[in-house]
Ligand binder design. Structure first.
Ligand code: HSE
Length: 435
């Protein structure tokens, strides 16, 4: 291959953990190919880390503890794989203000301060790329930002957290409860020592905010996302789902909702839901991620792959880095923030959802009528009922049509308090089929 002679594109790497180390490896191993693809060599100018003595195998002369000085030095691009809000926010703000392009994997920062970063990028003409922030290796943000930009996206439904998908898949396979499955996932290294961000849905909520912003050309932040984790999912919920030909997944759902007057809003939520086994997301097992996109002209699209891990995430970072470097060499820019639609975010209580409710009730005349009356009282229409007598008790399974989430919650609360209801076995939202 002919050597590339253009001036190198100098890169500062912030962070050298699981992902950063793989970025360094790929940059080194593929240097010749990357230079040919970019039209200039990509040169690693320095790596900011907290403890330089913890990185054997990385050339010591590249390591520094002074991230701010590295960002301020003569680098063209800053790649951030530290995570968290600070110091990433300050460092990337400084880079963009100085016209240095940024590649980041930081979903929390983008979901909270994305608008600030985009404003800084636009002011200086720098690029801001963040493919690795959602669903790791899966090319997803660039398809939403570029390939589908001529279409009208109506809904994005994703399994965007590998830890929770691993736990729910294991619960479905073994019949075990949440707590023991989480312990097993921690033992196998699938769950962090502190799994809160994953199991309580914070990680997925940040990703949902990023996806909704891109899909609906509106600013959506993590605080706009209704969030429920998987800690309350029980073995009984998983069994109830199986009996209905469904499975339980933690979904990030971003949808365009048309109001009665024709105006539009967006509803963005993360919660466990039962989906039919026939749904493309139902077969996504272990720690894999997948995102199902529905658009007017394109129809249904499915993106599937590894959502975490050093090398898969580094693949997405490198893809962005090549794009930024190419822009530096041949001119051009990443797409700017597109938030022109400015659709309002619909509160969860007003968002249409469907529920599955499984109850143990007394088996005598009039019980079904009493339960059904509560649904009627809240204007919630029942789509299906199954009742099975078991001596003095009966099992009653109800699936609703779509109604506002607030009405469904009130219905469930009132039904749970009926004297004829012995036990609420399972309550869960249902997604993935026509209402
Ligand atoms: N902790 C995330 C997961 C990966 O479990 O999928 C990083 O976003």
């Amino acid at each position: 291959m002919k050597p590339v002679e253009a001036r190198p594109v100098r890169v500062a790497l912030l962070g050298c953990g699981t992902v950063g180390a793989q970025v360094v490896r790929l940059l080194t191993e593929q240097a010749v190919d990357l230079a040919a693809r970019v039209g200039a060599p990509i040169e690693l100018a320095g790596i900011a880390v907290r403890r330089p003595n913890k990185h054997p195998g990385i050339p010591a002369e590249l390591l520094t503890t002074d991230a701010a000085a590295l960002v301020a030095s003569d680098v063209d691009v800053v790649v951030e794989v530290i995570g968290g809000i600070e110091p990433a926010r300050t460092l990337l703000g400084a880079a963009l203000a100085a016209g240095k392009s940024v590649v980041t994997a930081n979903k929390a920062l983008l979901a909270e301060y994305g608008a600030e970063l985009f404003t800084a990028a636009d002011a200086s003409g720098a690029d801001l790329y963040f493919e690795a922030s959602v669903a790791g290796a899966i090319p997803l943000l660039r398809p939403l930002r570029e390939s589908l930009v001529g279409d009208r996206i109506t809904r994005v439904t994703g399994i965007v957290n590998g830890t929770t998908n691993f736990i729910l898949s294991a619960m479905a396979a073994t019949g075990a409860g949440y707590r023991e499955t989480l312990d097993e996932a921690s033992r196998l290294g699938y769950a962090e020592a502190d799994p809160t961000a994953d199991v309580d849905g914070f990680d997925a909520a940040s990703k949902a905010a990023i996806l909704a912003s891109l899909a609906f050309h509106s600013r959506v932040s993590a605080a706009d996302v209704h969030r429920e984790g998987i800690a309350a999912v029980s073995a009984a919920d998983i069994t109830a789902a199986k009996l209905l030909g469904r499975t339980v997944k933690l979904l990030a759902i971003c949808e365009r909702v048309t109001e009665r007057d024709g105006s539009e809003s967006v509803a963005v939520r993360v919660h466990p839901a039962m989906i039919p086994l026939s749904h493309p997301l139902a077969s996504v097992g272990d720690a894999f991620n997948a995102v199902f996109v529905e658009a007017d002209a394109a129809g249904q699209l499915m993106f599937y792959g590894r959502g975490a891990g050093g090398a898969p995430t580094a693949s997405a970072v490198l893809g962005d880095l090549v794009a930024v470097a190419r822009n530096r060499v041949i001119g051009g820019r990443a797409p700017r923030e597109s938030a022109y639609a400015a659709l309002p975010v619909r509160p969860m209580g007003q968002t249409p959802t469907r529920y599955h409710i499984s109850l143990d009730v007394a088996d005598r005349a009039g019980v079904l009528a009493q339960v059904a009356a509560v649904f009627a009282e809240h204007d919630v229409s029942i789509a299906a009922v199954r009742q099975e007598g078991r001596s003095v008790d009966a099992s009653l399974v109800i699936v609703t049509h779509a109604a506002s989430d607030a009405a469904l919650r009130s219905t469930v609360d009132k039904v749970a308090g009926l004297p004829v209801v012995r036990k609420v076995v399972s309550v869960m939202r249902v997604e993935g089929e026509a209402p």
